[in-house]
Structure formats: structure tokens, C-alpha cells
Design a protein around this ligand. Structure first.
Ligand code: SF4
Length: 411
């Protein structure tokens, strides 16, 4: 399923207006009125400690603690001649996600503030912003409104799922090819042209800008102890109003879905975290949308995507469509992507639409194990995670499909 129509952000509906508090399409005047100017150099000496105390986790997918990446880059930057680099990643290759595009359009100055604050904190001489158009256009226009953003370089991201993987971002900036590469050293040690590189998602940097301004205690005043602050969430699929919402950390999934007009009593499952995320069954929707709340289900908020699946839809068909997409999006540089993912997609499509063969489910398990952990990047692993969750959540449907039926017909 794709998101055909996204309505404007409804910030404040169930959370707190923070990232989007300057209002729609905020330019410098609205930004300065709401937040004031941020003195990046003045914030630099205390930023690392404030970030650590804030508990801010990355908002791009993996959710690493923001302070750890900053600390590692700072440390590597002490090497003689190291010249650290900071990159803001707003490429959002995940087709279900619209939160970074929304942020870049409505709060570009907050992203610029975060990028410049992070650059000042690690002593970076270069700062890049990597995003797809038209998000890039919005930030370019915002940068033109202020003198301190003149040194930011803008790089266009192609519209491809893997273009947002960390090493693909570095490759794209380095040589114009947005493909992941084999990577044995951390980017913080050796990233862009071998320099210590701090790469953060644009929402992470916008949140960092708030921490730099107001401090850790302010940041923690919203959300829960284990999921402080707010996060942007894209709600898609079978909801009345697909949209991007800013919600308080730890908000229950059902509550977020209802805010987008979903009738949660009609849902069969929800895909959490996007195409590399995990399916959750309908009876798990009271779980908080937080790393700790989702851990028991093998899930993670990822880039903040919720895809609702109505009980009249078939989870096996939905999963087959996603696996087909992911197989087509691979760079086909490594074995699991050249052979494993296409075979997995073919098996899921046969499970969904064609053969009534009880051996297919076992074949799908086997292929999933084969691709997991074998690629140069996390694309096969993310696909395997999503597929395993489908095998758990849609186990009854898979059994029926194997014998020529579909549970959807009975609902
Ligand atoms: S695992 Fe797949 S997507 Fe990742 S680098 Fe290898 S071929 Fe490319």
C-alpha cells in the first residue's frame, strides 16, 4: 500500500507542539519569533553532556543514542589533521515515511540549527545536508535567509530505498553514487573521504537543536523516562486521515492510530517502523510506540512509521508486496540481494496468489535465514526482520493460503 494523500501535520493533537511549533512553512521570521536564534558556538561546550542527559535517540531508524555518535566523532576528531564532517540525512528512502519531508518543509531552520550546533560541538569544518527534492529546496531557501548557513553544502538524494543507508549517503556525497558499501570501520572514525563523520537524521538534528537551546530537563518534560521528548510519526494505510503527527514519547500505538481516524477495532495488524520494521498483531496495539515498549515484539519505532492493515485485507498479500518492493530496491551488489531476496519475493508471491503448496512456508523460512546477516549493508537483515514478523503475525493466514484459502474471505 502507498500513502496516496497525506494531510497537513496535526501537531499538538495528541502530543506537544515542539518541532513544528513555528507553524506551517515557517520561514526565518516565524522561526526567530518562536525559538529565537541559536548561538551554536556558545552551546557547543555543554552540548554533549546535555544530549547524554536528554536521552535523545536517533530518529532515522536504528535509534542509537545521539550523544554516543557525537562523542565518538569528537574523540576521533582529536587525531592530528582529522577534520571532522557533519551530515544531515533527510533522504527518507522509506516509501511509507513522510516525516522528514514534512520537517524540512515546515521547520527547515530547526534542522539547520541542529546541523550547525553539531558541527560546532565536534569542531567540523564541513557540513552537508542530503535530502530528496523538494525538501532540499525548502532548506536551501531557509539557508539563504541567514548568514551562518553559508557553509552548508546541499546534495540531492535519489528516490531509492537504500539511498538513505549511512554508507550510501557517504558514497553519494563522495562520488555521486548512492549505494551502500562494505564498511568495517565506524563512520565516526572513518567516513567521508576517511574523515571522522557525524551522520544524523534531520529529525534527530532538529531535536538536538531544541536540547542545545533549552537543555535536557526541558527535553525530558515530555514523554516517558525511557522515551523522552517527542517523535514525528507517519501514519499510513487503513486510516481515515493519513498524516504526519508529532507525538509525545511513549504514546500508545492505538492512540496514535485513532488520532489519524483509524477504527482500531477493525484492524488486523500494524506494520511498525516501515518496510524494515515488524508487524504487530491487533491485540498488541496498546504497546507504547517506544524502543522499550516494542522490544517484546521484536520491533522498534524505526523512522516512525505506522501502516494500518484493515481486517478485510490480507497480511500475506501485503507482505508479498513489500518483499517484492524490497527485492527490486536492492543494489544487487551482494549475494543475498542478487539471489536471496528475489527468491524470497517469488516464494511470498506464490504463497499469496498462486500455489497451494504446504512446502512454500518452510521454503520462505529457509530463505529468510539465508539472507539474514549476509549483506554488506542492513538491507537483507531489515527485510528478514519484517518477514519473520509476518510469519508470526499471519501464521493462521499462511496455513490457510497453503491449502488454497484466505482468512480475509471469512472476515
Ligand atoms: S546487501 Fe544488498 S543493498 Fe546492501 S550493499 Fe549488498 S547488494 Fe547492496
Amino acid at each position: 500500500m502507498t500513502v496516496e494523500a497525506m494531510v497537513e501535520p496535526e501537531s499538538g493533537a495528541i502530543g506537544v507542539d515542539r518541532l513544528l511549533a513555528a507553524g506551517p512553512d515557517a520561514r526565518w521570521a516565524q522561526h526567530a519569533t518562536r525559538f529565537g536564534a541559536l548561538d551554536a558556538a556558545a552551546a557547543a561546550p555543554t552540548l554533549l553532556a546535555e544530549l547524554e542527559a536528554s536521552g535523545l535517540g536517533g530518529r532515522g531508524g536504528a535509534g542509537f543514542a545521539a550523544w554516543r555518535k557525537l562523542a565518538a566523532t569528537l574523540e576521533a576528531g582529536r587525531r592530528p589533521g582529522a577534520r571532522p564532517v557533519v551530515i544531515a540525512n533527510g533522504s527518507e528512502g522509506e516509501p511509507l515515511s513522510h516525516k522528514d519531508a514534512t520537517l524540512l518543509r515546515h521547520a527547515p531552520h530547526l534542522v539547520i540549527d541542529g546541523l550547525l550546533a553539531a558541527a560546532a560541538a565536534v569542531g567540523a569544518s564541513d557540513a552537508y545536508l542530503y535530502a530528496a527534492e523538494p525538501g532540499l529546496e525548502a532548506v536551501r531557501a531557509a539557508a539563504a535567509e541567514r548568514a551562518d548557513a553559508a557553509r552548508i553544502r546541499f546534495v540531492a538524494a535519489p528516490d531509492a530505498f537504500i539511498a538513505g543507508q549511512a554508507t550510501a549517503v557517504v558514497n553519494a556525497i563522495e562520488n555521486g553514487v548512492a549505494l551502500p558499501r562494505d564498511h568495517t570501520r565506524r563512520l565516526s572514525e572513518s567516513g567521508l573521504r576517511g574523515r571522522p563523520t557525524l551522520l544524523h537524521n534531520v529529525e534527530t538534528l532538529a531535536q538536538l537543536a531544541l536540547v542545545a537551546r533549552y537543555g535536557a530537563a526541558w527535553f525530558r518534560a515530555v514523554g516517558t523516562a525511557d522515551d523522552p521528548g517527542t517523535r514525528l510519526v507517519t501514519i499510513a494505510g487503513d486510516v481515515a486521515l493519513p498524516q504526519v503527527l508529532e507525538v509525545a514519547g511513549g504514546t500508545r500505538i492505538a492512540e496514535v492510530l485513532r488520532a489519524a481516524g483509524a477504527d482500531t477495532s477493525r484492524l488486523a495488524a500494524v506494520l511498525v517502523g516501515g518496510y524494515h520494521g515488524a508487524w504487530l498483531p491487533a491485540d498488541a496495539l496498546d504497546a507504547p510506540l517506544s524502543p522499550a515498549g516494542l522490544a517484546p515484539f521484536g520491533a522498534h519505532p524505526g523512522a516512525g512509521v505506522l501502516l494500518a492493515l484493515d481486517r478485510t485485507r490480507c497480511g500475506v498479500e501485503a507482505t508479498a508486496g513489500i518483499v517484492s518492493y524490497l527485492a527490486a530496491q536492492s543494489a544487487r551488489q551482494c549475494g543475498p540481494c542478487r539471489f536471496g531476496l528475489p527468491a524470497l519475493a517469488e516464494t511470498w508471491n506464490r504463497l499469496a496468489y498462486a500455489s497451494h503448496d504446504s512446502g512454500l512456508a518452510a521454503r520462505a523460512w529457509e530463505l529468510t535465514d539465508t539472507v539474514d546477516g549476509r549483506g554488506a549493508c542492513a538491507h537483507p537483515d531489515g527485510t528478514a526482520r519484517m518477514v519473520r514478523s509476518a510469519q508470526r503475525v499471519f501464521a493462521d493466514d499462511l496455513r490457510l493460503h497453503a491449502h488454497g484459502g484466505c482468512a480475509r474471505a471469512a472476515r
